[in-house]
Design a protein around this ligand. Sequence first.
Ligand SMILES: Cc1cc2nc3c(=O)[nH]c(=O)nc-3n(C[C@H](O)[C@H](O)[C@H](O)COP(=O)(O)OP(=O)(O)OC[C@H]3O[C@@H](n4cnc5c(N)ncnc54)[C@H](O)[C@@H]3O)c2cc1C
Ligand SMILES: NC(=O)c1ccc[n+]([C@@H]2O[C@H](COP(=O)([O-])OP(=O)(O)OC[C@H]3O[C@@H](n4cnc5c(N)ncnc54)[C@H](O)[C@@H]3O)[C@@H](O)[C@H]2O)c1
Length: 498
Amino acid sequence: MAEAEAEPELVDVVVVGLGVGGEEVAGRLAEAGLDVVGVERSLVGGECPYWGCIPSKMMIRAANAVAEARRVNEFAGAAQVQPDWAPVAKRIRAEATDTWDDRVAVERFTGKGGRFVRGSGRLDGPGRVRVGDRVFQARHGIVLGTGTRPSVPPIAGLADTPYWTNHQAVEVEELPGSLLVLGGGAIGLELAQVFARFGVAVTVVEAADRVLAVEEPEASEVAAAALRADGVRICTGVKAERVDHDGQAFTLVAAGGVEFTAERLLVVTGRRAHLGELGLDGVGVDPSQRYLAVDDRMRAAEGLWAVGDLTGEGAFTHIAMYQAAIVVADMLDHVRRARSGPDASGTASAVGGAVGGAVGGAGGGAASTAGAGIAGGVPHADYRALPRVTFTDPEVGAVGLTERQARERGINVQVGVSQLGSSTRGWIHRADGLIKLVADADRGVLVGATSVGPAGGEVLSGLVVAVHAAVPLPQLRNMIYAYPTFHRAIEDALRNLR
Ligand SMILES: Cc1cc2nc3c(=O)[nH]c(=O)nc-3n(C[C@H](O)[C@H](O)[C@H](O)COP(=O)(O)OP(=O)(O)OC[C@H]3O[C@@H](n4cnc5c(N)ncnc54)[C@H](O)[C@@H]3O)c2cc1C
Ligand SMILES: NC(=O)c1ccc[n+]([C@@H]2O[C@H](COP(=O)([O-])OP(=O)(O)OC[C@H]3O[C@@H](n4cnc5c(N)ncnc54)[C@H](O)[C@@H]3O)[C@@H](O)[C@H]2O)c1
């Protein structure tokens, strides 16, 4: 049946998808005085607060408390720990997700002056978005922030089984006795360790020859050893061929006839943007791309911006926020130019003044991150010093290029590694971990670094500054590193660079 022709509603900006990135853009543009329509089909805030970063980190906080309490036996006498999932599930409902209700988030957006529309948005030609039978015509532009959904591999039988994605894993109230985790990436490892620490018999099945395959091999080794020490069975290089569910248990059959069985199966084999459902072909953009290509101001086409995971620049909340600041600055700059006309330079109307002020705010915020990539007040995206942290225990933090990526780019690479156990703090803590530095010997700067350890993600911050600001190696070597900290291991790794 043909869709009813609706009279377009004229607005300034339409934001489709109010996840981390879209909500930030829509809210800040509304605060700047623009007439913004925000469209969300599920929950305002997206994956991160409801099924991603926040509840998973609450789970990790609880699991780490259990593990640390057990270490009393190693260091300080005797402790009996009886983990209980109920308080974790309760905290996720009460403090993180409001039992998956986004009323507060919707009010946060409308409180800033935005107009909220619940539904699926789709481009309906240049400058237009259709949501059901409503059509919005955007004066100044459209922003897509539609994120990704789990990518489920085409394994025979899998689609017909009640497998879990991260949604069911986060919503679980009663833990299963056993769990198969398909995919040993960031989500798989974080959740595998949590459930194992709460007594679930966990097996991780990974297709690649190591877990956390995008990071340094040394980091994969430490992470795998830590999970094994928690009782997780890790099987790498496994080619899953078939999955069955008999009403009670899952059976995964791999090449060579190897079988894995468990009460539950969690599929965490990456994420996928669904560009085909956004009407991109109607605005001259190829919908068959894996991710939506954007320039360094997050523009995908004339009058079309994109933000967050669907751009494929790293599926992290901090990237979505970083990009959001750029979209806001660029969009407001665009609006100010449109409103001022071609001849007017800086003569602001009442709204133009608000817009100009907001540009300064957004630009200032992102500018401090984008560093050199700032031109004309609007920051340009620069991912050279992209940090990421996998919150296993020990944490795996990394920034910039891995050794392999640096070699593939033809960089004259030097590598320096130091083991955390050889540092005073690491020895005191009986902690596993390492620092690995990747330097460009010709430029005399770090281009990448990895920090694995009890606070690996925090130790990383100094290394992010070093890569981001291209701090010369002699300056890093002549710094003073406090004793006895985990980050002192950086000094040893610098000494080992060759
Ligand atoms: C288990 C897990 C743990 C994670 N942990 C971390 C972490 O510790 N740190 C970190 O930095 N990142 C983490 N991430 C990644 C982080 O959640 C994402 O990078 C972030 O949510 C991306 O934000 P986004 O706005 O691009 O997309 P999303 O959060 O995916 O939001 C997109 C929104 O668009 C909506 N939408 C889609 N299509 C339409 C449409 N056509 N019309 C209307 N609405 C639409 C969706 O319903 C969704 O709400 C984690 C992810 C997972 C799954
Ligand atoms: N702490 C964090 O910042 C954090 C935490 C969780 C997720 N995330 C983000 O979410 C994204 C998605 O996480 P993810 O863990 O789903 O993806 P991922 O890409 O990190 O890992 C997926 C893993 O699944 C494996 N795999 C793919 N197909 C397989 C198959 N058929 N059989 C077995 N293994 C298979 C891959 O080799 C890979 O190791 C991450 O890339 C990350 O950006 C971030």
